[in-house]
Design a protein around this ligand. Structure first.
Ligand code: PLZ
Length: 467
């Protein structure tokens, strides 16, 4: 009998949920595949850890050399329900049997509507909403700007220091960090204006005890709006917790202050929940922690358990201000991705995953927060739920230590723990475990990270710091 892919998928034994090193990292097979890749793939793509994945499940990535890594990345906050979640697989497999694609602009299918219905109901804001589906996060951001422009008749877009919104031409301009995202790729649109953000550690007014970084940043935002004329702004786009910029939780009061400014000046507030949303922080949406609702909320990444899907959800009057035919895309709201999203929504129904996110925070805080006092190289442990980070810097001068973030991350990789870095200075190690990771696996990974930090701190005289 010829084995169909379905048969192999269902017959596969569960992947053991434990860390295991069969070879050095990367192993010989990965090294060989990586060499072949270099002959075929554009050099424009970087790689965090050059191992080739064979299977992934729960909290584990298994590579082609038989190594099993604890997954503290979730494919950058995507596989929150696990990389081969049974509900996602069942729904997608059933859809695969029916049809793969029609293009929603040509003929319709109901799963698209059902995904929109769930988002309209569950995104923050008690107002009548509509949703538009796309494929990538950058597309969602771009379409939010198009919608805000159509609704307001204005052009400018306000974004913030340390923001990340994507790699397409407009969203690259909205992203703060030049290298690697914007370098050599200009010119950039002049309608993107950047304002101060409220980084509790580093913004003006931050760090020092008793200062109010939210008030300082909001005053700077008002000055920026005044400079350009507040009536020139269609939208302000903000991440409720900044992701690529360093897992920065804005100082309390900053998001609600932006809400007030947006209302005062008739500017559409766009909440970019692409990385922080869909349960990652212990609530369905990160903006809920501050009790602030955007006029438009953006989701992607964890929305569809690994299939490409993104969404723009917002006030009905904004979403319907666009002329018919003005929004779309060949793959927008692909039926396989919509079924995957419906499976993800089912996974969130009983509240277990949100509770898991909060339990992940509690365990990580217990293991990692003492490092701030103990080591003298960790300036801050921060984040919410399962979106957590350590910033490496001199606690007094805040001189960033990207060298430590890199070497500690490399040590974790060599020991079978996949960590990612981020931050404007590249000096932050971030944790994004799948919300289904067992406590045992989580604690094993945290212990590896903790001892790597302690080792690095012992060997790191402050004089090693880059001048
Ligand atoms: N908005 C807040 O975090 C994507 C980028 C990885 P796309 N973040 C991961 C990389 O280096 O390309 C992101 C985000 C926020 C928008 C995006 C863009 O989402 O699906 O990558 O387009």
């Amino acid at each position: 009998m010829i084995e169909t892919p379905m048969d192999t998928a269902t017959a596969a034994a569960p992947l053991p949920q434990s860390r295991h090193l069969a070879t050095a990292v990367p192993g010989p097979r990965s090294l060989q595949l990586h060499a072949e890749r270099a002959e075929q793939v554009s050099a424009g793509f970087g790689t965090v850890l050059p191992v080739f994945v064979d299977r992934a499940e729960g909290g584990i990535l298994a590579d082609v050399d038989g190594n099993r890594f604890i997954d503290f990345a979730s494919g950058i906050a995507v596989t929150s329900v696990g990389a081969s979640n049974p509900r996602v697989r069942r729904r997608v497999a059933a859809q695969l049997e029916r049809f793969t694609h029609t293009c929603f602009m040509v003929t319709e299918y109901d799963s698209f509507t059902q995904v929109c219905r769930w988002l309209n109901r569950h995104t923050p804001g008690a107002f009548d909403k509509r949703t538009a589906l796309f494929s990538t996060g950058a597309e969602a951001v771009e379409n939010a700007v198009k919608i805000a422009r159509a609704a307001t008749g204005r052009a400018n877009v306000l974004v913030f220091d340390e923001a990340y919104h994507g790699r397409s031409l407009l969203t690259m301009a909205m992203t703060a960090k030049v290298n690697p995202y914007r370098l050599n790729f200009g010119p950039l649109p002049a309608e993107v204006v950047r304002a101060a953000s409220a980084n509790p550690l580093r913004a003006p007014g931050g760090g020092a005890a008793g200062a109010d970084p939210a008030a300082a940043a909001l005053a700077a935002v008002e000055a920026t709006l005044a400079e350009h004329g507040p009536e020139s702004f269609a939208a302000m786009v903000v991440e409720p917790i900044q992701g690529e910029g360093g897992f920065i939780v804005p100082a309390p009061g900053f998001l609600s202050g932006l809400r007030t400014l947006a209302d005062r000046h008739g500017i559409v507030l766009v909440m970019d929940e692409i990385q922080a949303g869909m349960g990652r922080t212990g609530t369905l949406f990160a903006s809920e922690h501050e009790g602030v609702a955007g006029d438009i909320t953006l989701t992607a990444k964890a929305l569809a358990g690994g299939l490409p899907l993104s969404a723009v959800t917002g006030r009905a009057e904004l979403m319907n201000a666009v002329h018919t035919g003005g929004l779309g895309g060949t793959y927008a709201g692909n039926p396989l991705a919509c079924e995957a999203a419906l499976a993800v929504f089912e996974e969130f129904e009983d509240g277990t995953l949100l509770a898991n996110a909060r339990a992940i925070e509690a365990a990580a805080r217990e293991v990692l927060e003492p490092l701030v006092e103990q080591t003298g190289v960790v300036a801050q442990f921060r984040g919410r739920g399962a979106m957590l980070a350590l910033e490496f810097a001199d606690p007094e001068t805040l001189q960033p230590r990207p060298d430590l973030a890199q070497s500690i991350s490399a040590s974790c990789h060599a020991q079978g723990v996949l960590t990612l870095t981020c931050g404007t200075y590249g000096n932050v190690i971030r944790l994004l475990p799948p919300l289904v990771m067992s406590e045992e696996l989580l604690r094993d990974g945290l212990a590896v990270l903790r001892s790597a930090v302690l080792d690095a701190a012992q060997n790191a005289a402050p004089s090693d710091a880059p001048a």
